[in-house]
Design a protein around this ligand. Structure first.
Ligand code: SF4
Length: 356
């Protein structure tokens, strides 16, 4: 676990606290048109079951504003309205019950527009995230700014100062780049100069596997230094994948409890379909909300050792028979084909609060 967590001001999105001594929260963003309420609610409910704390929705028009309270009510997550260019949408979203706003103060249409948004957020008692992306920095003397960490920090500090001048303090900041080193440097420098909570992320991280790795490198470095109050792992994939990746990252750093599946990489000795079972176990631990380590091992070489160290596990054996482990001991021998069922039965028992 990181030794020292940076002290930040605390803000609230619905029931979720961000910053201060609150645990690092996990966010995702809806991946459907805002009027497609059923699809978004489905995405958010799956994300919530996987550990999502906050959902964000793009709000490009007034129809999207109307969807906000319906989605919020049906999914039971705090919902952030993501608004660009038209300050009236941000004002309307705050009035419609959004739990937070994500804006770029530089593209809202000037100071009067910014003041209107800040006033609406103040009235609704919701926070604003000021988001700086390396790819859309404000121009400097009419010229496009170089996407450096310094330029990102300067832009973020200027935007924060502009909002804070109004007296509004419920702010959260993000400084995102595609480049890992730029993202790390920008967040480090910003956090050394400002006590506002930080939303960490890497922009356009990519397809699930490379995207999760890229994000984990950048966010892992920062979180391990105690920097970061809420995270989003942006992936070209379903929101639930973003949540699983974020949860796995936070668990790896001891920042969040949750189930862990230890599974072998499989090889020529593997006696069962370890890959599918490991995937199913991930889902089962998520659904049953079990904070356990479960081992799924393909043979007798490393299987018993790993399964003994886990809270529960299976080691498939040669000659069609394998072992079920719990709390470091062999508790049963079963045909390989029946091991999954036996493991599931035991997990269900634990979920009901009986035994280990
Ligand atoms: S546990 Fe067995 S099956 Fe799995 S990778 Fe190791 S040697 Fe291969």
């Amino acid at each position: 676990m990181p030794k020292v967590r940076r002290t930040t001001r605390q803000i609230r999105l619905g029931k979720v606290l961000v910053g201060g001594d609150a645990p690092v929260s996990i966010q995702t963003m809806a991946k459907a048109a805002p009027h497609d309420i059923d699809t978004i609610v489905g995405q958010f409910l799956r994300a919530k079951r996987a550990g999502c704390d906050i959902g964000r929705i793009a709000v490009p028009d007034m129809d999207a504003v109307k969807s906000l309270p319906l989605i919020r009510e049906r999914c039971g997550l705090p919902v952030v309205a993501d608004v660009h260019f038209d300050y009236r949408l941000a004002v309307a979203a705050a009035e419609a019950g959004a739990d937070g706003l994500r804006v770029n103060p530089g593209n809202l249409g000037g100071r009067a527009a910014l003041l209107a948004v800040v006033e609406a957020a103040g009235q609704a008692q919701i926070p604003i995230r000021v988001g700086v992306n390396a790819g859309s920095l404000p121009k400097v003397r009419g010229m496009p700014a170089e996407p450096t960490a310094d330029a990102m920090v300067d832009a973020a500090l200027a935007m924060v100062a502009e909002v804070r001048e109004t007296g509004f303090q419920d702010l959260k900041v993000s400084l995102k780049a595609f480049d890992v080193r730029t993202t790390v440097a920008a967040n480090r420098r910003f956090s050394a100069q400002c006590d506002l909570p930080l939303h960490l992320g890497v922009t356009e991280a990519g397809p699930p596997l490379p995207g999760a790795v890229r994000s984990a490198v950048a966010l892992g470095i920062l979180l391990n230094e105690g920097i970061g109050d809420t995270v989003r792992i942006s992936l070209s994939g379903e929101p639930v994948l973003e949540i699983r990746a974020a949860r796995s990252l936070l668990r790896s750093l001891g920042l969040r409890p949750g189930g862990v599946v230890v599974s072998c990489p499989t090889c020529g000795r593997t006696n069962a379909d370890v890959v599918s079972l490991a995937e199913r176990m991930e889902e089962v631990l998520e659904e049953l909300d079990l904070n356990l380590t479960v081992a799924v091992m393909g043979c007798e070489v490393n299987g018993p050792g790993e399964a003994r160290q886990a809270d529960m596990g299976v080691a498939f054996g040669p000659r069609g028979e394998g072992l079920l482990f719990a709390a470091g001991k062999v508790v049963a021998k079963h045909a390989n084909a029946e091991l999954e069922q036996a493991l599931m039965a035991r997990l269900q028992t634990v979920a009901k609060g009986v035994g280990t």
